[in-house]
Design a protein around this ligand. Structure first.
Ligand code: CA
Length: 508
């Protein structure tokens, strides 16, 4: 194992040598026309490391695949080079252009536009968008560098209009755009296969959102979109498919940080962190929202998977699903409003290896509601290997819902009742004996035990070795491959409850 860093260094130096070689030969035949296409800037080309998703709610085959790195122009395409202050024609590494907008406009389908690290003022006076990416092009910072795009003085208030099929944005930072960072999707014909990777958006009203359709339309704006390692900070809206529908969207390692010091305070009218107004086949993986004034995840979409989603302090609901979906390895704490988790319509929902804690400290409210506004709609709610702890009230489940709970822990709900299943009469679970007697088909339920988190006051919901939740989970048919921190999902005899698996001290 100790040889790994050396090997990596060796690989890197070989890569560097190869890239320099390519640079040299590209320059030599540049006049011939075909040369520059082979040029790739030297440095570390970061690959995409997408999680394997558990089978179930979504169809992974329909999400865009991670593009191959290093980026190379497609057949017939070419590479362009831009650097801050560049005065060249952009044909080669040695002769970079200086104008990002002009270069992207010149680029054709299949081209790669490389931006050397540094800050760029982008835009023209008569366009609200700094940059329009309407073709199938890659716009990428040089490997290992960051390209910061800021609005040209008195120019655009929107950053990038991303409409190209298969277009890729990588390694960009958008700062100072007062309206929005990135608009994606296409109104006339769905945008397919766009990728936003390693991008940061700071400030503005909207971070990353879909095009706004005038009036209602039914055709999707998006069929295939991948966000990977993306951060939106200090914007009122994080990621929003406002009108939709947006189909086949995968968000992985996305962070939305609203920067609200106390997101649970009164008076926030803030918008949702990650929201879909309509869509189908949505996976949100290893993604976190925190310190926003409104909802964490609000997904009016069908076929939804939240895998490793974290909500750390939001003003309203933590996770709101409207038409079914799965929560796996999720952590939700410090939420406000009527419930931490809202499952709106009667449909099929599953919660696995999830912890919901410290919801609603300003008063009584539910830790979860299932079909509260549609109590007659039939549905199914399965909760397994999960923890509900120290919330402002019980789970409330509509009577028409089929409720199955396995190997989960409920404790410290305000008022003492942990679960209300609104049959006639109500089934209320407040003690261990209630769970045994009143929930036929359910098993392994712990009531009232202290889950012994490491440091919940500091947001650390890992388990202490003495926790009753350790090795208490059920060996489900489809366990996730990893826990929330990337460890194996099952260590020891059985998986643990909640999103984190405890590793023996010697393996830490
Ligand atoms: Ca275990």
């Amino acid at each position: 194992m100790s040889g790994l860093p050396e090997q990596a260094a060796k690989r890197r130096s070989l890569l560097l040598a190869g890239a320099l070689l390519a640079c040299g030969s590209g320059g030599a035949v540049g006049k011939g026309g075909a040369g520059p296409a082979a040029e790739v800037p030297p440095g570390r080309h970061e690959s995409f490391d997408l999680q394997d998703l558990p089978k179930g709610a979504v169809d992974p085959a329909r999400f865009p695949k991670a593009p191959a790195v290093p980026y190379r122009p497609k057949t017939g395409g070419r590479a362009w080079f831009v650097a801050p202050g560049g005065t060249g024609d952009g044909d080669s590494l040695a002769s970079p252009a200086g104008d990002v907008r002009k270069t992207v406009e010149q680029a054709g389908d299949g081209d790669v536009v490389w931006l050397k690290g540094g800050a760029y003022k982008v835009g023209v006076a008569d366009d609200e968008f700094a940059l329009r990416v309407h073709k199938s092009v890659v716009v990428s910072a040089w490997p290992g560098q960051r390209a910061v795009l800021e609005p040209l003085d008195d120019g655009p208030t929107y950053g990038i209009d991303l409409e190209g099929d298969g277009a890729v944005l990588d390694g960009l930072e958008l700062k100072g755009f007062s309206q929005a960072g990135i608009y994606f999707g296409r109104i006339k014909k769905p945008q397919k296969g766009a990728v936003i990777a390693r991008v940061k958006v700071e400030g503005g009203t909207d971070g990353i959102r879909s095009q706004v359709r005038a009036g209602r339309g039914k055709n999707p704006l998006v069929e295939g979109l991948l966000l990977y390692d993306v951060q939106v900070r200090g914007a009122a809206i994080g990621f929003n498919c406002g009108e939709g529908p947006c189909n086949d969207v995968r968000l992985e390692r996305v962070l939305v940080d609203g920067g609200e010091e106390d997101a649970r305070g009164e008076g926030h009218s803030g918008a949702d962190a990650i929201a879909f107004e309509a869509g189908d086949n949505i996976a949100i993986v290893d993604s976190t929202v925190r310190a926003v004034g409104a909802d964490g995840f609000d997904l009016k979409a069908r076929r939804v998977l939240l895998h490793g989603a974290q909500v750390r302090g939001v003003g309203r609901n933590g996770i709101k699903l409207w038409y079914g979906g799965d929560l796996v390895n999720c952590l939700v704490y410090g939420t406000g409003a009527d419930a931490a988790i809202v499952f709106d319509h009667g449909a099929s929902y599953r919660i696995t290896h999830t912890t919901v804690a410290r919801h609603g400290h300003r008063g009584e409210s539910y830790s979860l509601t299932m079909a509260y506004d549609h109590p007659r709609q039939p549905g199914r709610l399965e909760i397994s290997n999960s923890i509900f702890w120290d919330n402002g009230g019980p789970l409330w489940v509509a009577g028409a819902t089929e409720l199955v709970i396995t190997n989960s822990l409920f404790s410290r709900s305000k008022g003492g009742t942990e679960i209300v299943w609104a049959r006639s009469p109500d089934v209320t679970i407040a003690r261990y004996e209630d769970a045994q007697k009143k929930l036929p088909g359910s098993r392994g339920i712990l009531i009232g035990s202290d889950p012994r988190f490491v440091d919940p006051d500091q947001g650390d919901f890992r388990l202490q070795p003495t926790s009753p939740a350790v090795d208490r989970g059920s060996n489900l048919e489809q366990l996730p491959l990893h826990d929330l921190s990337g460890k194996p999902r099952k260590i020891g005899e059985r998986p643990d409850l909640g999103p984190y698996e405890l590793a023996p001290a010697k393996e830490e």
